[in-house]
Design a protein around this ligand. Structure first.
Ligand SMILES: Nc1ncnc2c1ncn2[C@@H]1O[C@H](COP(=O)(O)OP(=O)(O)O)[C@@H](O)[C@H]1O
Ligand SMILES: [Mg+2]
Length: 231
């Protein structure tokens, strides 16, 4: 099977003229389907920049990026929008809408997929909230959920559309130890079940044991690529 992510010769810069600064240097990276990869590195090393490039949230400047068998090097906005719908995103802050219930927040994730009808989206949302252990909380407002529960709602929202690739940027940074483990176990379990590929940025040493592969970025370069024995 072809890899789900294939990056070759990727370079990226920020700023203009004299302020122009290179953030990523000659990134070459292939990710196999179904793998759970952790991306580490000090603050400012380029982790978020790389994740947002892979997520089609920022325009590619130099190099090639193939996602799910599609070259995105010269893709137009319409192609990027279609590709983004095949991806799931989880950010450090849960980014739930405070004026929507847990169930409605998850439905927002389902409805980015065109043609998903409302009742179908509602059923998928309840189902996935059950999988993350929040069946009883569908009608709760975010304000009445704990930090760990809110992050699990964000996980459910990212997963409800059945993404081929999940991109998570420090999703456990705001969580205590137990909530963080719960969220990671959940991602691994659902990932394996659905054949989803996960790329997760973290500083959290506790997560490393659970990774199939650990990539390390330093000053915009991949300096280590450690494939772990399969568990
Ligand atoms: N929007 C931006 N404008 C200018 N510089 C940026 C921007 N985003 C990131 N950078 C710079 O790019 C480098 C990598 O940043 P980032 O990808 O956010 O690192 P990390 O996520 O590893 O902390 C840093 O030097 C940062 O200051
Ligand atoms: Mg970052």
């Amino acid at each position: 099977m072809s890899p789900i992510v294939e990056i070759t010769g990727l370079n990226h810069w920020f700023g203009q003229a004299a302020a122009r600064k290179q953030a990523l240097f000659d990134i070459n990276l292939t990710m196999a389907r179904g793998s759970f990869t952790v991306l580490m590195g000090p603050s400012g090393s380029g982790k978020t920049t790389l994740l947002t490039l892979i997520g089609c949230l920022r325009a590619l400047q130099e190099g090639s990026l193939r996602l799910i068998d599609q070259e995105l090097k010269d893709a137009d906005e319409a192609q990027l929008v279609l590709m983004r719908r095949k991806l799931g995103f989880i950010f450090q802050a849960h980014n739930l809408h405070e004026s929507l219930t847990a169930g409605q927040n998850v439905m927002m994730g389902a409805q980015v997929h065109p043609g998903v009808e409302a009742d179908l989206a509602a059923r998928a949302s309840s189902h996935i909230l059950g999988l993350v252990g929040l069946a009883e909380r569908v009608d709760y407002w975010p304000a009445n959920l704990s930090g760990g529960q809110k992050q699990r709602v964000a996980v459910a929202r990212a997963l409800v559309g059945g993404p081929a690739l999940l991109l998570a940027d420090e999703p456990t940074a705001a969580l205590d130890k137990d909530s963080a483990s719960e969220v990671i176990d959940l991602l691994r379990r659902l990932g394996h079940k659905r054949g989803m590929t996960t790329l997760l940025v973290t500083h959290d040493n506790r997560i490393l044991d659970r990774a199939d592969r650990i990539l390390t970025l330093e000053d915009g370069r991949i300096v280590a690529d450690d494939v772990r024995p399969s568990k």
